[in-house]
Design a binder for this molecule. Structure first.
Ligand code: NAP
Length: 250
């Protein structure tokens, strides 16, 4: 293989950081990670980092061409729908091989009371029938979907402070994972939480709340993932993605 093949990782997840660390250790590869710039102090991955949007699929296609990217890995959060769509479009346009890295979703176990919904709006619709003290862990960006619920009290956990519109009765807890079962158990108890809302991120770092909810017999509203863009190849783990890079670059 000729030196310095360029890999672009669309990041913002634990898996993206782990993948960057593995690939950046390879002398034959130049690795750039791209972050959206939503988090004020992001955990920076190994290798080069660029921050901010590309300007739609056209901007991303231009960047891939100008920076002579040899392979693109969309390792964004399973709910970051727009960037994944842009990646599929841009990669097809400039003929750069694309892989989506998606950790598997969570699976309910015995004793779980899960209510799967298709969107945050649907989560807000089912909430009043399920509880009054809500632990909301879907991130600060989608808070507007719950802003009309005045009958519920919300504990909102997010990395950075949310902005309005937001529910009228809420407390904000600024924190980021990994979280422990003991910590989550204590949080549910202290705030007398009777319903949890989460996206099906599948992340190990944030799965402890599901165990704590199961133990406490609390219902969980689980927002299902949007589909990966049609035709895009998917890897479920970092090792598989690394293997794909080598087989793709030849
Ligand atoms: P999104 O709705 O899919 O993307 C919105 C716009 O943000 C994109 O069109 C793109 O702007 C820019 N963008 C997103 N990810 C980018 C990246 N990795 N590098 C450069 N630009 C990016 O995404 P989102 O849901 O707002 O999530 C933003 C980032 O946060 C993602 O990278 C994701 O991995 C991470 N994240 C998201 C969630 C979540 O629940 N959605 C949770 C944890 C982490 P342009 O069109 O200008 O290129």
């Amino acid at each position: 293989m000729t030196a310095e093949r360029h890999i672009l990782i669309l990041g913002g997840t634990t898996e993206a950081r782990r993948l960057a660390a593995e690939l950046a250790a390879e002398p034959a590869l130049r690795v750039t990670s791209s972050l959206a710039g939503r988090v004020a102090e992001p955990r920076l991955p190994a290798g080069q980092v660029r921050i901010g949007g590309f300007g739609g699929s056209e901007g991303l296609a231009r960047w891939l061409r100008e920076q002579q990217v040899d392979a693109l890995i969309d390792a964004t959060h399973p709910f970051a729908e727009r960037i994944s769509f842009n990646a599929a479009r841009a990669a097809a346009e400039v003929h750069v091989p694309l892989l989506a890295l998606r950790r598997p979703g969570w699976v309910p176990g015995e004793g779980d009371h899960w209510h799967p919904v298709a969107s945050l709006a649907e989560a807000a619709d089912v909430l009043p029938a399920l509880g009054e003290r809500v632990f909301l862990t879907t991130g600060r960006m989608g808070l507007a979907a719950f802003a009309h619920l005045s009958g519920q009290w919300f504990l909102v956990r997010s990395v950075d402070a949310p902005e309005p519109p937001a529910p009228p009765r809420m407390e904000v807890l600024l924190d980021r994972g990994p979280f422990t079962v003991a910590g989550e158990r204590e949080l549910l108890r202290r705030h007398a939480i009777d319903v949890l809302v989460t996206k099906d991120s599948g992340a190990a770092a944030t799965a402890a709340k599901l165990t704590a909810a199961r133990e406490a017999g609390i219902p969980v509203v689980v927002v299902r993932r949007p589909p990966v863009p049609e035709g895009v190849r998917v890897a479920s783990g970092v090792g598989e993605a690394v293997g794909w890079v080598w087989s793709t670059l030849g």
